[in-house]
Design a protein around this ligand. Structure first.
Ligand code: NAD
Length: 248
């Protein structure tokens, strides 16, 4: 496994991979040298061109940023499969198209974990019958890098715009969009709430045969923008890919 981004989620994954006898960490890449200083020199890479040369990983995981997805997608998908956490990158139509074309041409796959979201299975199953999809995301102001003293609605609109305006916060809206009715019809509300101790995401869907509401509360990780559950979801998907058993 190659790893792009060794921050909160990437650090967790690097540790899990290193302790798993069936996995090997081929390379780590992070624009912040501090983050990779404890890894052996031969594992650290600095550019897209080095991705292929490092022991040909079976999978590269991005846990960095939307920008990193755009920066490395081509180099990775020319060589191997790609699992991304910064799913909001796909709200950019041109990048989504480029990645789809790359996958078609190379036969490589792009994997998206459910991340901090749950309920994707039913969302996906009901895709042809979906009428409405809404995500309400509540975090402590710190999670938005703010200092609000009272409840403040920061955004209310389509997921495509939310992903563009809040690239570090609302990846789950991209995951829901890709599995549901798309970035333009998935509605997002983002609320900064000083009373909020946990990140809370509420996914509500209406379809021709009924409704579903999934309410998730999880403590933020070391990075207050990031729910602690996302890293577990990424590692779970990594193991499913490795074992060849895919449960959707
Ligand atoms: N899919 C989900 O449900 C979900 C949930 C939480 C977080 N995320 C996303 O996952 C990503 C990682 O989250 P995190 O909490 O670990 O972030 P973090 O800020 O703790 O770590 C990100 C690391 O990536 C590095 N980085 C950023 N851009 C880079 C680039 N272009 N090239 C190389 N290195 C780069 C940074 O230096 C940093 O060390 C973020 O984009 C976050 O929004 C997704």
């Amino acid at each position: 496994v190659g790893l792009i981004g060794v921050g909160t989620i990437g650090g967790f994954l690097a540790d899990k991979i290193s302790h798993d006898p069936e996995l090997e960490l081929c390379f780590v890449l992070d624009k912040d040298r501090e983050k990779v200083k404890d890894f052996p020199n031969e594992t650290v890479i600095n550019s897209a061109s080095e991705i292929a040369s490092k022991k040909n990983p079976d999978l590269v995981i991005e846990a960095a940023s939307q920008q990193a997805v755009a920066e490395y997608a081509e180099a990775v998908l020319e060589k191997t499969d790609f699992l991304i956490l910064s799913v909001g990158a796909l709200a950019d139509r041109a990048l989504e198209k480029k990645i789809k074309c790359l996958c078609k041409r190379t036969g490589k796959r792009l994997f998206v974990p459910s991340g901090a979201l749950a309920g994707i299975d039913m969302l996906k199953a009901m895709q042809p019958e979906l009428l409405e999809v809404e995500i309400v995301s509540r975090k402590n102001p710190k999670g938005f890098g703010r200092d609000d003293k009272e409840l403040t609605v920061l955004f209310n609109g389509p997921a495509r715009e939310a992903c563009r305006l809040f690239p570090k916060n609302i990846n789950i809206s991209a995951t829901a969009s890709l599995n549901g009715i798309g970035f333009d019809r998935t509605m997002v509300k983002m609320v900064s709430d000083p009373e909020c101790k946990k990140n809370r995401h509420t996914l509500s869907i209406k379809h021709s045969f009924g409704e579903m509401v999934v309410d998730i509360k999880a403590f933020p990780s070391k990075n207050p923008k990031t729910s602690s559950t996302a890293a577990f979801s990424a590692f779970d998907l990594l193991k499913k890919i490795q074992n060849g058993i895919n449960i959707y």
